[in-house]
Design a protein around this ligand. Structure first.
Ligand code: FES
Length: 494
């Protein structure tokens, strides 16, 4: 087991999130060396950590897996060759350690014999006896199975089942599990690498391997020039990591890094969420997926060019299955068409993505999401992304005009049940949030005031608001009036 561990690996070993370890480093409880932590300092902070993953991490991975649907079944175990290569590496390390241990044993025996053979006076004899006792005690306690051995076992298992990928120059890292490609593993970890088709055709996911070993697991038609191949260039959508690797790869840091796309998708399913709300599930072609950042929107075109810009209600980690929530607006041609005529397998033109309502991923603050009625759609995308990133604390307040407008209570309650760090409160405003004027404004302000009074931490968090303009204008002014800077109040007017 290496003495220095990356934060990602250390967090996985002791069953906490990276943010928790980062906080320990910031407050001086845990020493870090160039972004790594030593096993000793990890053990001193977590002497009672469990060998198995904590219940919390299991729950988080279940939620991530559900977000990936069927693909999860394809990725349980690493590719056989990858597995063999990792076991071989581990066996080499084991052989070296065994040989060193043998040499140490011989050394210890020789030392013992020399101590026994040494002639000395009574005083030295007593010192010698004490020294021998001390050596005996130290050797036997070093041989006892303890937590450090358990940590080493778990680390070895982790190294066989996963590989750590570090990206430069962003210095982000993530674990690649099972048969994921580098691109899939990054998306699952909430990292938006540069890519296009996901199928080996466009070359946009080209990256350079700086160290470590990769293996091509999927065919690609895109031809990498020989000179670039020699420099270590590979396609992220066609390769997996055999060992821990360091890659030079571009990561999207802002909406400007995401290209505008035009895709013809098919309707995979249309489900009724409430009397006037539909879940529209679109599936893109395998080789042309929709790349977007959580919280963004897309423009849909159906029938005879009926269009609407809708927030995407799913996570960028599944770029093929893109979800939208549609609320009936009588007289609106797009809405009427989707509610009355659209059916499974129909084509839908998708353009986008648009919008700047995205997560401030580098912020260390707690996340406070406020969904007003149908504003839940982009909030859902952000929350799923925040879960992928293992965000430390997530609060959701769903403020609805009436109970019927809380149209996906089961999804939210499942998050609340599964994640200890997810806090959900629903509020029935009893007013139409699309027309907040006069006394209704006062009612909404009182509601927001009660929420703030019930949570002293809220004004120290990042606030995300989505919903009808009428309610949001008031809510935004309310939070700015509390002294929150504009950079910490993100707004998505629907
Ligand atoms: S994403 Fe197009 S080749 Fe990899």
């Amino acid at each position: 087991m290496n003495d220095l561990l990356s934060l990602t690996r250390a967090a996985r070993l002791v069953g906490v999130s990276r943010v928790v370890l980062q906080k320990k480093i910031q407050c001086g409880e845990m020493a870090s060396f160039d972004g790594m932590v030593s096993t000793d300092s990890l053990l001193s902070c977590y002497p009672d950590a469990q060998l198995e993953d904590t219940v919390e991490l299991k729950r988080i991975s279940q939620i991530k897996e559900r977000a990936f649907g069927k693909r999860v079944f394809e990725r349980a175990m690493p590719d056989a060759e990858v597995l063999a290569a990792r076991v071989t590496d581990l066996s080499k390390e084991l052989a070296i350690s065994q040989s060193q241990l043998k040499k140490l044993n011989v050394l210890l025996n020789n030392l013992w014999k020399r101590l026994d053979a040494s002639e000395c006076n009574a005083e030295s004899r007593e010192a010698m006896a004490n020294l021998k006792l001390w050596i005996k005690h130290e050797v036997s306690s070093a041989m006892e199975p303890g937590f450090s051995n358990l940590l080493a076992i778990k680390d070895n298992m982790l190294r066989v089942m996963t590989a750590q990928v570090t990206l430069l120059p962003s210095r982000q890292d993530f674990l690649l599990e099972g048969q994921d490609t580098l691109l899939e593993a990054a998306m699952r970890a909430g990292i938006s690498l540069n890519y296009g088709c996901s199928g080996g055709n466009c070359g946009l996911c080209k990256a350079r391997v700086i160290s470590g070993q990769v293996k091509k697991t999927r065919h690609h038609d895109f031809v990498i020039p020989e000179a670039q191949k020699n420099q270590g260039c590979i396609l992220l959508c066609s390769n997996t990591a055999v060992s821990d690797i360091v890659l030079e790869a571009e990561v999207a840091g802002s909406v400007q890094d995401i290209p505008f796309q035009q895709i013809t998708a098919k309707v995979k399913a249309i489900d009724t969420l409430s009397a006037d709300t539909l879940l529209l599930h679109l599936q893109t072609p395998r080789t042309q997926r929709l790349r977007f950042l959580a919280g963004q929107s897309a423009t849909l075109r159906v029938g005879q060019a009926f269009t609407a810009e809708l927030p995407i209600a799913s996570c960028p980690c599944d770029d093929r299955n893109v979800l939208f929530h549609l609320h009936r607006q009588t007289g609106n041609l797009f809405s009427d068409y989707v509610f009355d005529r659209l059916k499974c397998n129909d084509a839908v033109e998708v353009e986008g993505p648009q919008g700047e309502f995205i997560l401030h991923e580098k912020s260390p603050r707690a996340l406070y999401f406020f969904a007003f009625d149908g504003g839940f759609a982009p909030i859902k995308s952000l929350i799923e992304h925040a879960i992928s990133l293992n965000a430390e604390t997530i609060h959701l307040h769903w403020i609805a005009s009436n109970r019927g407008n809380i149209y996906l209570p089961n999804v939210v309650r499942a998050w609340a049940d599964a994640l200890d760090n997810f806090h959900y409160v629903e509020h029935i405003a009893g007013i139409d949030l699309r027309a907040v004027v006069g006394k209704r404004e006062e009612k909404l302000l009182n509601q927001l005031g009660r929420i703030v009074d019930s949570d002293a931490e809220l004004i120290r968090g990042d606030v995300y608001l989505a919903g009808p303009a009428s309610a949001l204008n008031i809510a935004e002014q309310f939070f700015l009036g509390l002294g929150l800077p504009k950079t910490r109040v993100s707004v998505n007017l629907l």
